[in-house]
Design a protein around this ligand. Structure first.
Ligand code: PBG
Length: 321
């Protein structure tokens, strides 16, 4: 084996290499921002005004990146998340800006309500036998409506992130009824109830005012349930499955590949924050650690990697050429 590891031989024996077209860039668009607002717990990330999103898309395209995932932060919230499906809502406007500026960009959108509800949960909330909680079925038509509004604005891929039961089927029906047959669904099919979403909740202003999300997300120790959730979404018509977070769940990712659909991995805000914080203190070499984390996600089986490091990684890939 030692002979195989000779430096000159290594490149031709490399099993997996990261490419720019593996990467999806998550972007926050803030209806209230006039200039890019830095996100404190995610150094290097910003909430962008709608007016600057075209410029950002051009910059990313120039760096060779081909896909975005948009999140919106609305100016006002209510209990029914009406801003999430408004024709001139923050994400809908951002989609049109990107589409005009960079027509070939693949636009994915997060389909969820937690940024748009005043209680911060991912759908419609009501009384249950265990107190106030997310109501599954009343939330489905809301998700349908949000997804259709994104498709109407020009999204290529809608990504329901709420883990509601039946959400993929409901969205597929809604899209097809409106003629959006070619819009794909990337389901957050295996989403763990993770502490690693913490910085995102600052970024997107989506912290919740009561309870938690453990009633609709998977507990970290459950592998069979995780697989089954993805399998169900595949049966409902998902086009792309997703595991989230990425780094701690590579065994799950490798398993889910066997379902046969493309698989995405989401390297989430907390994974970003940890690498950034240690890198900033000189405790790890940020660039090496980030590139290692990304190629390992690829090795485990990801066809797509959603990562806040995507832009940096694209630059580093250029330098390696
Ligand atoms: C829900 C959503 C969340 C993330 C992506 N979509 C928050 C959550 O589930 O609590 C988290 C992503 C990250 O942490 O980077 N709209």
């Amino acid at each position: 084996m030692r002979r195989l590891r000779r430096r000159r031989i290594q490149p031709i024996l490399r099993e997996h290499a990261l490419g720019k077209d593996d990467l999806v860039v998550p972007l926050f668009v803030d209806e209230c921002a006039d200039t890019p607002v830095p996100i404190e717990s995610m150094p290097g990330q910003f909430r962008y005004p709608v007016s600057s999103i075209a410029g950002v898309a051009r910059r990313l395209r120039q760096k060779g990146l081909t896909a975005l995932l948009l999140f919106g932060i609305p100016a006002t919230k209510d209990s029914r998340a009406s801003g999430a499906y408004a024709e001139n809502g923050v994400v809908q406007r951002a989609i049109r800006e990107v589409r005009n500026a960079v027509p070939e960009m693949v636009i994915c959108t997060d389909v969820c309500a937690c940024e748009y509800t005043d209680h911060g949960h991912c759908g419609i909330v009501g009384e249950t036998s265990e107190g106030p909680d997310l109501l599954n079925d009343p939330s489905l038509s809301l998700m349908q409506r949000i997804a259709v509004s994104h498709a109407d604005a020009g999204a290529d891929i809608v990504a329901p992130s709420s883990m509601l039961d039946g959400v993929v089927g409901a969205i597929r029906t809604g899209l097809d009824q409106e003629g959006h047959h070619s819009v794909l669904i990337m389901s957050y099919s295996t989403k763990f109830a993770s502490a690693f979403y913490g910085p995102f909740r600052e970024a997107a202003g989506s912290g919740y005012s009561f309870g938690d999300r453990t009633t609709y997300q998977i507990q970290p120790g459950n592998a069979r349930e995780a697989f089954r959730e993805s399998e169900l979404d595949a049966e409902e018509g998902a086009d792309i499955l997703m595991v989230k977070p990425a780094g701690l769940y590579l065994d799950i990712l490798a398993d889910i590949r066997s379902i046969g659909l493309p698989v995405a991995a989401y390297q989430v805000s907390g994974e970003y924050a940890c690498l950034k914080a240690a890198g900033a203190r000189g405790w790890i070499d940020e660039r090496k650690a980030v590139m290692e984390s990304l190629v390992c996600i690829k090795r485990a089986g990801a066809d797509l990697i959603i990562s806040y490091f995507a832009e940096d990684a694209a630059g580093w890939l250029d330098e390696e050429q």
